[in-house]
Design a protein around this ligand. Structure first.
Ligand code: RB5
Length: 149
């Protein structure tokens, strides 16, 4: 599985441990930066990861900022991307199972590293539900996307 990952300065501290965790699981990791915790702007990295997913160069994306919120808002502007924030085991599962998220957003100021690693594991091990009502809802989201373009 190919995973694209990015952060801002706030999320940087979680990026390396998450990369190491993914590599232990034999994942192919594409690190899209940043390379240090120097102050930067989360939309830059949200865009890089989201466009990598859109262009099918990775299967899933992971974005880390202080709260996950800014990353999610920015990544969801890219067509084909469904970015969801995990802040509990339940939300880590639900954004895959119900929302078919392909980008996981995490907050370094809202969750511990151990919690964040747990959400990565849950997210990557959860399939999209085969209940047609969830597919119907995702198709309604895609219709909104179509209206915007
Ligand atoms: C950076 O201070 C912070 O605003 C950012 O990491 C993120 O939480 C934005 O949503």
């Amino acid at each position: 599985m190919r995973i694209a990952i990015g952060s801002d300065h706030a999320g940087f501290v979680y990026k390396e441990p998450i990369i190491n965790y993914l590599k232990k699981l034999q994942m192919d990791v594409i690190d899209l930066g940043p390379e240090s915790a120097e102050p930067t702007d989360y939309p830059i990295y949200a865009r890089k990861v989201a466009e990598t997913i859109r262009d099918k160069h990775a299967d899933f994306g992971i974005l880390i900022c202080g709260t996950g919120e800014g990353m999610s808002i920015a990544a969801n502007k890219v067509k084909g991307v469904i970015a969801g924030i995990a802040h509990s085991p339940f939300t880590a599962k639900a954004i895959r199972e119900h929302n078919r998220a392909n980008v996981l957003c995490l907050g370094s100021r809202t969750n511990t590293l151990e919690e964040a690693l747990g959400y990565v594991e849950i997210f990557l091990n959860t399939e999209f539900s085969d209940n047609p009502r969830h597919l119907h809802r995702v198709q309604l989201i895609e219709a909104i996307e179509g209206d915007k373009q």
